[in-house]
Design a protein around this ligand. Structure first.
Ligand code: SF4
Ligand code: FES
Length: 231
């Protein structure tokens, strides 16, 4: 479907431009275009558009909601698609169902904590600074799905490896270390995501700069868990 939009300011975000479009459509009595959004500040991972052939559009390390119309020229035709992957079925227009990510998380993206009253204060556990930094970097993954949409195999390995790494690097994550990678990878495969063939496009398009290093760590965790598993 083609739409012509007037009155787009260069300072509008991409989603504000879509708001203008939808206002125009509603005023004409037409159906607005459905798209996903929530925080509009790069935190929630809800916005999920493929813009001119790139997840989250042109620009690096930003989400669709952080993209501004000054990145385009007046008169440009902009092509907008939903994130495409078998594991992300389209719900309507530009909205896809990323429930597969939730199910992968449920399979192992958690830690068990002793709440008997003798719980050790997390801040009292010494952690190597470089490990803490790497765990924090992995934890910045917002689950947007751009890595999947960008990958020619629709692989979710960057996402899953970030969710595994944020625990694998910390002492608190060791309780489930023997099962986490196995269970999350098993669920990832069950959801229909493809395999990683080391193209690296996911890292380039990831709005949070999640490193491929996490995939290597996930593979090590998986291998080690497959030898020692007690699931
Ligand atoms: S790894 Fe990056 S692209 Fe993939 S879900 Fe996380 S934040 Fe989004
Ligand atoms: S709407 Fe929350 S990250 Fe874009």
């Amino acid at each position: 479907m083609d739409y012509a939009i007037d009155n787009v300011s260069p300072d509008m975000s991409f989603l504000e431009m879509l708001d203008v479009l939808n206002t125009q459509l509603i005023e004409k009595g037409d159906e607005p275009v459905a798209f996903d959004h929530d925080c509009r500040e790069g935190i929630c991972g809800a916005c999920s558009l493929f813009i001119n052939g790139e997840a989250h559009g042109p620009g690096r390390q930003i989400t669709t909601c952080q993209l501004h119309m000054r990145s385009f020229n007046d008169g440009d035709t902009i092509y907008i698609e939903p994130f495409r992957a078998t594991a992300f079925p389209v719900v309507k227009d530009l909205i896809v169902d990323r429930g597969a990510f939730d199910r992968v998380q449920h399979a192992g993206g958690y830690v068990s904590v002793n709440t008997s009253g003798n719980t050790q204060d997390a801040n009292a556990i010494p952690i190597d600074k470089s490990d803490a930094d790497k765990a924090f970097d992995a934890a910045t993954c917002i689950g947007c799905g751009a890595c999947v949409a960008t990958c020619k195999n629709s692989s979710a390995m960057l996402f899953v490896s970030a969710k595994i790494s944020q625990f694998a690097l910390l002492p608190q994550g060791q309780v489930e270390a023997k099962s986490r990678a196995l269970n999350m990878v098993e669920q990832m495969d069950k959801e229909g995501f493809g395999n990683c063939t080391n193209t690296g496009a996911c890292e380039v398009e990831c709005p949070k700069g999640i490193s491929l290093e996490n995939i290597a760590r996930m593979n090590r965790e998986y291998l080690s868990a497959s030898f020692t598993a007690d699931k």
